[in-house]
Write a protein that binds this ligand. Structure first.
Ligand code: ZN
Ligand code: ZN
Length: 328
């Protein structure tokens, strides 16, 4: 099923034509629960990984103060919650069986040793053919993203590993992919297939030229429109387009080589917020009489900080230059 972002309440370029040259496309990925394979684009799916290539391991220092869980216990916990809520009618008490209650209590009480070595976890796989705003090195056609699902000293979020490869060269696919034993539970993505959709974005308002920002602010007051929340940058996982800086002030993202970095990917905690402005038309269908867990707006169940996003920047000069992260 395709996913379609609803039209914006107003076309900002019709109201302020001088913003038109700043229009830039992004690809909303629209992850939804599914069973992706190694030849599919996915979040939380298996990677097309050569059997002879070592799987990445994190060597960065970790913060050991989070909520550590065993990965298999977290998967079990999610299955239990999803099944029990799935047979709970809205407005009624949760339909957990006594056995489920006991098992959840046991899983919640389980402790995990944070000093376990950290194998990286597959987070996303993006084939160029599926994501129009993705640009890769010559010949490469798939981007693989892994992360160490722990908080790291320097940024308080997972450490990412980006791998570009030529899918045709992978003939002997690694059958059983390594996984970390212990992780912070918010960093386990549910397996999702993608429904990419290209969309036009406009700059974060601090970067609007001249006095345009002030004029848009004045127009917001008189018209009731909200440039930042509804007219500029899309919610949810996406590739390309503009970055938001609503948690900190804008910070220069400059590569060690001196180049201004570009936004590669937004990893978001939810696909749309409570206003539902960014909820695709296809997801607005009638809700079931039963609870949905996870909710439609949080298909991956990844949570960044307190419901923020992780923004991944890369250097336009070389794919070999290290990426940088921002949490907003
Ligand atoms: Zn790590
Ligand atoms: Zn660079």
């Amino acid at each position: 099923m395709t996913r379609t972002t609803p039209p914006r309440p107003v076309d900002i370029a019709a109201v302020f034509p001088e913003i038109a040259p700043f229009a830039r496309t992004a690809t909303r990925l629209h992850p939804r629960p599914g069973t992706p394979g190694v030849r599919d684009s996915s979040v939380g799916g298996p990677l097309l990984w050569p059997s002879g290539e070592p799987w990445p391991v994190c060597t960065e220092p970790h913060e050991n103060e989070g909520d550590f869980v065993r990965l298999d216990a977290e998967r079990r916990r999610r299955r239990l919650l999803s099944a029990a809520w799935g047979r709970t009618r809205r407005g009624e008490r949760s339909a957990f069986t006594p056995e489920e209650h006991d098992e959840l209590r046991r899983l919640d009480g389980e402790t995990a040793d944070p000093d376990t070595p950290t194998t990286m976890l597959a987070v996303a796989q993006l084939y160029l053919r599926d994501v129009p705003d993705l640009v890769g090195p010559p010949g490469a056609d798939v981007l693989q993203i892994l992360w160490c699902p722990r908080d790291h000293d320097y940024i308080h979020c997972p450490a990412l590993e980006l791998r570009w490869r030529r899918s045709a060269e992978v003939t002997d696919v690694l059958a059983e992919q390594p996984e970390p034993e212990v992780m912070e539970y918010e960093y386990l993505p549910n397996p999702c297939v993608l429904h990419p959709e290209q969309f036009v974005e406009y700059p974060y308002d601090d970067f609007l030229p001249g006095d345009l920002r002030e004029r848009i602010r004045a127009w917001e007051k008189s018209s009731g429109n909200r440039y930042f929340y509804e007219l500029s940058i899309a919610d949810g996982w996406k590739v390309g387009g503009y970055a938001a800086w609503n948690l900190t002030d804008p910070m220069p993202m400059v590569c060690d080589c001196g180049a201004d970095m570009e936004l590669l990917l937004r990893i978001d905690s939810s696909e749309w917020d409570g206003t539902q402005s960014w909820r695709p038309i296809e997801d607005a269908g009638p809700e079931s009489e039963f609870h949905e867990h996870p909710s439609r707006s949080t298909p991956t169940e990844i949570v960044i900080g307190r419901g923020y996003s992780l923004w991944v920047f890369t250097c336009p000069i070389s794919f070999d230059h290290p990426h940088r992260l921002s949490m907003q």
